[in-house]
Design a protein around this ligand. Structure first.
Ligand code: ADP
Ligand code: MG
Length: 256
């Protein structure tokens, strides 16, 4: 049975896509069968996994709105070692079209059911908003991975997200839980980041992942080669951290 996780944070540019793509590659490297679902019309996760969003058809849009199956739409990225259910600009129309669709928040969950036995992990890269698309992700998931930067307003932003996740859990998806908060783009030399990191620990305790992802330029360069950092430069600090994170996820999943 596949474990389904959303990578979510309503803020943009916090490292969601980088986390989704590199965790997918890290899990694949340690032998897990992975499906990466891109729910962001920007299609960055799709491109970052070596799949050309411009020529892709069908995409996750046709799966959500036109009844195409995951098996038909997902492509295997040879370079990355995992399957990708990709997205492109077409998906931005889904936001409006889903509003009038039957079971509008449950469509991804329904679509993933027949693919359940084919994967160990399904990772969903969410757009930076609490939209119909994100709700589809949250309704399909067992848990949420929250990447965050240790900045001054971090706690406030996370409090909003925790609130939203609790509401979804209470009203739409009882199994949903926060799997953990992942500190990304971390610079241990910055006193402020260390302080915020300590505050987060005091507040969230074991909901903090042990692994911390450092700020590392190789992770930022990799997408322009259509590769996850983990594959583009496995020896980079950031790549090693994502491999460690993949291992931590496998261990956590065995516990929940
Ligand atoms: P989001 O999906 O939340 O919008 P991205 O994953 O696209 O965020 O990251 C935003 C930017 O930060 C991108 O340019 C990405 O390459 C860069 N980035 C993400 N994580 C790191 C990191 N650990 N070190 C350096 N740059 C990073
Ligand atoms: Mg993104």
């Amino acid at each position: 049975m596949a474990k389904v996780f959303c990578v979510a944070n309503q803020k943009g540019g916090v490292g969601k896509t980088t986390t989704a793509v590199n965790l997918a590659a890290g899990l694949a490297k340690i032998g897990q069968r992975v499906l990466l679902v891109d729910l962001d019309p920007q299609g960055n996760a799709t491109m970052g996994a070596g799949v050309d969003k411009r020529t892709l058809n069908p995409t996750v849009y046709e799966v959500l709105l036109e009844g195409r199956s995951v098996a038909e739409a997902a492509v295997f990225s040879e370079k990355c070692g995992f399957h990708v259910l990709g997205a492109n600009r077409e998906l931005s129309g889904a936001e409006v079209e889903l509003v009038n669709a039957p079971e509008r928040t449950k469509r991804l969950e329904k679509a993933l059911q027949p693919a359940d036995a084919d994967f160990d992990f399904v990772l969903i890269d969410c757009p930076p908003s609490l939209s119909m698309l994100t709700l589809n992700g949250l309704c399909a998931a067992h848990g949420v991975i929250v990447p965050m930067q240790c900045e001054y307003f971090a706690l406030e932003g996370v409090a909003d997200l925790v609130n939203t996740i609790q509401q979804v859990q209470a009203n739409m998806n009882p199994q949903l839980q926060i799997i953990g908060l992942l500190r990304v783009m971390f610079d241990p030399r910055t006193t402020l980041q260390q302080q915020v990191s300590e505050q987060l620990h005091a507040h969230f305790g074991d909901k903090m992942f042990d692994t911390v992802i450092p700020r590392n330029v190789r992770l930022a360069e990799a997408p322009s080669y259509g590769l996850p950092g983990v594959i583009f430069d496995p020896s980079a600090k950031g790549s090693k951290a994502f491999i460690a994170f993949a291992q931590e996820m496998v261990e956590r999943v065995q516990r929940v």
